[in-house]
Design a protein around this ligand. Sequence first.
Ligand SMILES: [Zn+2]
Length: 324
Amino acid sequence: MSVDRRAVLAGGAAVAGLALAGPAGLTSASAAAPMATTQAPGFYRYKVGDFQITAIHDGFAGRPLEGFIRNAKLEDVQKAMGAAGLSTERLPLTFTSLVINTGAKLIVIDTGNGNSGAPTSGRWMENFKAAGFSPDQIDTILISHFHGDHINGLRLKDGAAQFPNVEIKVPEPEWAFWMDDARMNAASDALKGGFQGARRVFKDMPNVSRFQWGKEVAPGITAIQTDGHTPGHTSFMISSGGAQFIALGDVTNMPSLFVRHPGWHAVFDMNGEIAERSRRKMLDMAASEKAQVAFYHAPFPATGHIVRDGSGYDFAPALWSSAA
Ligand SMILES: [Zn+2]
């Protein structure tokens, strides 16, 4: 039996009637509170072994659902969004970066949109500071890939570098691709923007070095090859005190689409086939090892576990904890 709105409203009226007949002397507050226009600062802390991770929210941008997935019908994508209680018209793209405190070092993974993104984004620095950090405390910034929503926080639109004294480490294959002049000259107009964006951010930035996949890039943090989304896209495996954690980056976008349907190819995946291979490999590893994961584009605080569900997977978000 399904309960319709009318039955619920009728039941509600009965309950309200009872309340009216309740103890005398109770009055309801009648002052109208003004609508607030801001949220609490967007940060959230959790433990991975002996490390403390703080998720930092950079905000969101919306994009039409139409054309977002290359190899699925719009009605199937709308069905998946509807099943997750999400809009069937627009996709909310959220941005969540990570700060990892190892006890000895402060490591940041990806830096948000800076002031180059949607007006509802660019909250990273404000939230980072609200979490009690300051840029001069950072030892290392690790970059997953060179899309603007991950690197534009390194340099503002006016050219000001935001972290001139911090070691910035980027994936070697990502650097090799986007800094290749021949590739840029041969690129489509749509892709040229990506080349120009990467050069705008990293040009004359002396504190940048490159790392290889499979290497430890910071204490307890190893770079993992998860290409396809971009040619050098990298995830980070974090190990501490026997706990395993994977910062997946853009291995999947919105989990209710791509964890449920790992075979779907987002329009942002530069090579859909390779991205799918990386996605299946990482979802399988996370489910098998019961490793906690973080996504860059999942509902905040963008962390939880991957569980097997039939022939696919599901994302089980971590519960909010009042303990840091
Ligand atoms: Zn992204």
